[in-house]
Design a binder for this molecule. Structure first.
Ligand code: NAD
Length: 523
């Protein structure tokens, strides 16, 4: 109760970052509302389980078709709230959600089915084992603003198909698109209490952490992720953490410079650089460095920055002026430590306070913030290396480990380097698009997080494994039950030889000695 008294209802405003227009204002959900929503979810969840996987998948199919019909409208709403170009909203958000639904429609039933578990141990051959995948109950999801539709929707879909009820706390910077997601889910047939969206800021997120949820799936910054991990540890709450990144791009001496430079600027500037899998550090072999930099600069000069609703726009505004200040500080730190700004490097004030010019930096090194901290803005810092070993060492010299990419004309070489890079995903000759491969797991190592979303591994995060074991000979007392004695000890030793001794004739001899255990008197 004390928490409720202290909680002052705060209001959050959804603002179009391109224009500053207030799109909507909402009250943050307080602790009492959060608790009530979780209680409603808990009460509704058993019925949702009783629907069965096939019926839940039918709802996903309806949801998919609804989004497909409303794709333009959904993309426009994403653009209004997040600033990204509408075509990006279509490709990196709507398409990703449609395909995540396709994956669940095609594979959800098989992946959630009970699974027989064969036993290899001779001693337990009379038993039949099964793995059951049971929903946790109520899953709390806390999501960020940068992919305000695809990040929560892919997680929510997997949680729902697995039979959980979900309470989602979206980012305070993009609550409207989450409410739209709630409307679409309900229209598709998800019962109201089974999926609820609670708008609010960090305090609402903290209240969700303290509520009676069974698991938390958090996507956001490392700082908040650490706080979530602390809160989860207090009550041993299972947790998935999808956190920030500082993804390296390695351009090898045999890479196609034209393709790699186009990939570099897209990977660094898509969504104005506000992507967890953005290319944030670029390492180029010294022999191709100059051609690569020239190509990046030339192509960057052609990029059109503006309002994402204009179809010509390639780079929209950043989400908030706060985020722009971080980018400015990183670029300024690099400049002071000797980096050269080859393109951009400053705000585009004529467009508004949230626009930052796509920026190319050269002459950077690992003493600079731009190469160590997540910048989360449209900046491509480029550094040279001399051989593959150095490239891998530089790539791994980071507290993060979300994604990485290797660019080369030689697939085998790319795959060899991929094995040496510390990251959850390594792409060869592309970046970021792994997020849209619904079969592929998404997640990081080191400070980039714990657990995996998407694909079969994302679905596995939404269920508890239960092992059920049935002994098929109920009248048989088990060999290992009481009635011990010296003779049984010798038989037990022989039995271990039966199982594991080499060569075969030793096992045969041991079998004779062990067989008495079968007939001995048990209590
Ligand atoms: P953030 O950590 O500021 O906020 C994320 C969410 O946590 C928001 O909903 C916020 O309201 C909530 N929150 C804040 N304080 C909280 C608290 N004390 N308790 C509970 N909830 C709290 O992150 P952001 O700025 O919204 O998102 C950008 C970050 O997210 C970047 O670091 C980016 O790399 C990361 N990200 C990671 C992935 C991934 O899949 N790994 C995907 C998208 C974004």
């Amino acid at each position: 109760m004390a928490t409720d008294v202290q909680f002052a209802v705060s209001r959050i405003a959804s603002i179009n970052p391109a224009t500053g227009e207030v799109l909507g204002e909402l009250d943050s959900a307080g602790p009492a509302e959060v608790r009530a929503a979780v209680a409603r979810a808990r009460a509704a969840q058993p019925d949702w389980v009783a629907w069965g996987v096939r019926n839940r998948i039918s709802v996903v199919r309806r949801f998919q078709q609804l989004i497909l019909r409303r794709k333009t409208d959904v993309a426009r709403r994403i653009t209004q709230e997040s600033g990204k170009p509408q075509v990006e909203a279509l490709i990196t958000e709507v398409l990703v959600v449609l395909d995540a639904a396709r994956f669940l429609i095609e594979h959800g039933f098989a992946l959630l089915r009970d699974e027989p578990l064969a036993h290899g141990n001779l001693a337990v051959k009379t038993k039949l084992g099964h793995i059951l995948r049971e929903p946790y109950g109520v899953i709390g999801i806390i999501s960020p603003w940068n992919y305000p539709f695809s990040t929560p929707a892919t997680e929510v879909l997997a949680a729902l198909v697995a039979g959980n009820a979900v309470v989602l706390k979206p980012s305070e910077l993009a609550p409207l698109i989450a409410l739209e997601l709630q409307r679409l889910m309900r229209e598709a047939g998800v019962p109201n209490e089974v999926f609820q969206v609670l708008p609010g800021d960090g305090a609402t997120g903290a209240a969700l952490m303290q509520s009676d949820i069974d698991k938390i799936v958090f996507t956001g910054s490392v700082g908040t992720g650490r706080r979530i991990a602390h809160m989860a540890a207090e009550r041993l709450l299972p947790v998935v953490l999808e956190l920030g990144g500082k993804d390296p791009m390695l351009v090898l001496d045999d890479a196609d410079v034209d393709s790699a430079s186009s990939g570099a600027i897209w990977g660094a500037f898509v969504n104005a650089g506000q992507t967890c899998l953005s290319i944030e550090r670029c390492y180029v072999h010294r022999s191709v460095q100059s051609d690569f930099i020239d190509a990046c600069v030339t192509k960057t000069r052609k990029l059109r920055v503006g309002n994402g609703l204009d179809p010509a726009t390639e780079i929209g505004p950043m989400i908030h002026e706060r985020q722009v200040r971080i980018v400015e500080a990183h670029v300024e730190d690099a400049r002071q430590r000797g980096a050269q700004v080859l393109e951009g490097g400053a705000r585009l004030r004529e467009l508004g306070p949230t626009y930052f010019a796509p920026t190319i930096l050269a002459g950077v090194d690992h003493s600079m913030r731009i190469m160590r901290e997540e910048t989360f803005g449209p900046v491509l810092p480029i550094m040279a290396f001399d051989d593959d070993a150095e490239a891998v060492r530089l790539a791994n010299d980071s507290e993060y480990g979300l994604g990485a990419s290797v660019w080369t004309g030689n697939h085998a070489r790319g795959q060899r380097l991929a094995r040496q890079i510390q990251a959850g995903t390594v792409m060869v000759n592309d970046a970021i698009s792994c997020f849209s491969i619904s079969e592929a797991p998404h997640g990081g190592m080191k400070a980039s997080g714990l657990g995996r979303m998407h694909g079969r591994w994302g679905l596995e995060e939404m269920v508890r494994l239960k092992y059920v074991d049935v002994d098929l000979v109920p009248k048989m007392k088990k060999v290992w039950w009481f009635g011990y004695g010296r003779e049984f000890s010798l038989e037990a030793e022989s039995f271990l030889d039966v199982l594991f001794a080499r060569p075969l004739r030793h096992r045969m001899r041991a079998a004779m000695r062990a067989s008495g255990a079968l007939w001995r008197r048990k209590l």
